[in-house]
Write a protein that binds this ligand. Structure first.
Ligand code: OOG
Ligand code: NI
Length: 274
């Protein structure tokens, strides 16, 4: 792995744990001091020039990543792609983008005004992938986005950075099952995303996933500060499709629920059901 690529992932990780202090605790609880191998890192964006999925993907293609899978999320009005590298030590990359034109004129106007503030040259730099927001937004615009799309609101508050890292459970020496990982996390005090059940997917689709509910952090909006959900940690266990051949793709039905790990309202609605 080149030094630039290593530095890129170090910087990406450092930005992520600054917003997600519980990620460091996850490593302590699951790794007990040993290194944790990540299955993938996920990014979010808007389908607006100059920050379209295809443009952001170039940073990874320049590192040697190849596009491998396409996904569509009708209800959330999102599409996504995943990318893989021939070096098995590099995490897969999952990038989604919001189909902005499928929302109200008001949402479109807010998003376009945010994106217009981005310097197109900045997008060409690899550092863009952990550069955060490039705009000011009021708390009322944030709330307005939240009514239509939790994803749009998250993007407006946090911008361009890792939305989550994902522990590769197959490579955790002390754990056999994802259930055991979840149990250990709950005992340590973490709240898991229960949308669609704690474990999304199954051996039949060759992938099981779970995630924590996002940490909360103080965001400075143009008019006030607010404490809102930031980033989360995910856990993935992959199964063999053929002898010695682990499934490397994603499962749209499961991913659809993982997106809700930043949604405080989904979590609340869920808690009221119990
Ligand atoms: C991505 C959710 C999907 C997965 O592994 O299926 C996902 C997001 O929340 O941005 O990460
Ligand atoms: Ni993920």
């Amino acid at each position: 792995m080149s030094q630039q690529v290593e530095q890129f992932f170090d910087n990406l990780w450092n930005d992520y744990i600054a917003l997600t202090p519980s990620a460091a605790k996850v490593h302590q609880v699951l790794g007990q001091g040993r290194d944790i191998i990540n299955d993938h890192v996920a990014f979010r964006t808007f389908n607006q020039s100059p920050v379209r999925l295809e443009t952001l993907a170039k940073h990874f293609e320049n590192m040697g990543y190849k596009a491998c899978g396409d996904y569509k999320f009708e209800a959330k009005r999102l599409v996504a792609k995943h990318f893989e590298h021939s070096n098995p030590n590099l995490p897969k990359i999952f990038i989604s983008e919001l189909l902005v034109e499928e929302f109200s004129d008001e949402l479109q106007a807010i998003v376009k005004q945010l994106v217009a503030q981005i310097d197109a040259n900045a997008v060409q730099q690899p550092e863009f992938m952990y550069s955060g927001t490039h705009w000011q937004i009021s708390s009322s615009d944030y709330e307005r986005l939240l009514e239509e799309s939790e994803y749009a609101a998250w993007m407006a508050a946090f911008g361009f950075r890792a939305n989550h890292f994902t522990v590769n459970v197959n490579e955790l020496p002390d754990f056999e099952s994802l259930e055991q990982v979840n149990q250990t996390l709950k005992t340590a005090g973490f709240r898991l995303n229960t949308s669609g059940g704690e474990i999304k997917g199954s051996p039949e689709v060759f992938l099981e996933q779970s995630s924590t509910m996002a940490d909360h952090t103080t965001v400075r909006f143009s008019d006030m500060e607010k404490v809102i959900p930031s980033c989360f940690y995910e856990f993935a266990k992959r199964y063999e499709m053929a002898p010695n051949q682990l499934y490397t793709g994603f499962v749209a039905a499961s991913a659809d629920k993982i997106f809700e790990s930043t949604d405080a309202r989904a979590a609340q609605a869920d808690a009221q059901k119990d």
